[in-house]
Design a protein around this ligand. Structure first.
Ligand code: ZN
Length: 286
């Protein structure tokens, strides 16, 4: 907490209640979630309250007061959440500092990948990859005014085996690479993939160089899940989908050595672990 900054925020006539970390109180802000690197914070505040994360105005709570904040793999040990509701006359500012646990991210080696998917060098391929990055970026830039994360997630596969954990440091064909920002769920080719929560499809396209068949779903406030390597896509861009609905089929398209779903999640520009949202629900309305 930074008293001088709070002093700056509070104008004449403003009221402030700054509770201790983790307090579930009647001051207008309830928080829960997984306070760990790669996790998230879910909150309930006043409808349309502005939410500041480490001093930056990032999101607005939904019409029912819900919001979500993603914590990336390198999240610092503390995160500061502040909500402001009302106008300059009746402003209400509530503030929490949460401590964020360190994640554990093992190192994994993946061998036998086609070299063109590890260190592409062909100019035509590099141009294609740039085009695909632009398309994906557009899909990830979607910001649905929704709180479809409020009931947490269900697993996207009926049965699966986790073959690579989220956040692991990767060594691909012997070359150190970016951390793995997905959780790999192995399942037989053709297994149905289900939406883990309601949302809107913002991208659905087969044949991506790295991702193969790729679908993105916007669950609101910049929370977007991704489904890679699909053998078949069964939704269309802009389609509204509901939790449990089949969106595609498990495959091994793109950079994959066998049939699996690489399940990813972003909150705005941060990469987060989607499995941490399983069975999590927003704070109750009290
Ligand atoms: Zn993966």
């Amino acid at each position: 907490m930074n008293p001088s900054r709070r002093g700056l925020i509070l104008g004449a006539g403003a009221a402030s209640v700054a509770g201790p970390a983790f307090a579930q109180s009647n001051d207008g802000l309830d928080l829960n979630g997984r306070f760990v690197q790669g996790g998230f914070v879910m909150g309930r505040a006043a409808p349309r309250a502005m939410v500041f994360v480490n001093g930056e105005a990032l999101i607005t709570a939904s019409a029912s007061g819900l919001f979500i904040v993603g914590l990336d793999r390198d999240a610092p040990p503390y995160v500061d959440i502040e909500v402001r509701a009302g106008n300059s006359v009746g402003a209400r500012v509530v503030h929490r500092t949460l401590s964020i646990a360190a994640g554990s991210f093992p190192s994994t080696r993946v061998n036998g990948l086609p070299q063109s998917t590890v260190q592409p060098s062909d100019p035509a391929l590099l141009a294609r990859i740039q085009d695909e990055i632009a398309l994906k970026t557009e899909g990830f830039a979607s910001r649905a005014d929704a709180d479809d994360f409020r009931s947490g997630f269900v697993w996207p596969l009926d049965s699966y085996r986790v073959t690579s954990r989220w956040g692991s440091q990767r060594v691909l064909n012997g070359t150190p690479a970016r951390p793995h920002y997905g959780i790999d769920l192995a399942a037989p080719a053709g297994s149905p993939i289900r939406a883990p929560a309601d949302g809107i499809v913002t991208f659905a396209r087969p044949g991506m160089h790295f991702e193969g068949g790729l679908t993105l779903i916007d669950h609101g406030q910049g929370l977007i899940t991704a489904y890679l390597h699909q053998s078949r896509i069964e939704v269309l861009p802009s389609q509204r989908i509901t939790r449990g609905q089949i969106i595609g089929r498990v495959g091994s398209t793109g950079r994959a050595t066998g049939p699996h779903l690489c399940w990813r999640m972003k909150w705005r520009d941060r990469n987060c672990d989607p499995s941490l949202l399983i069975d999590q629900t927003a704070p109750e309305n009290v």
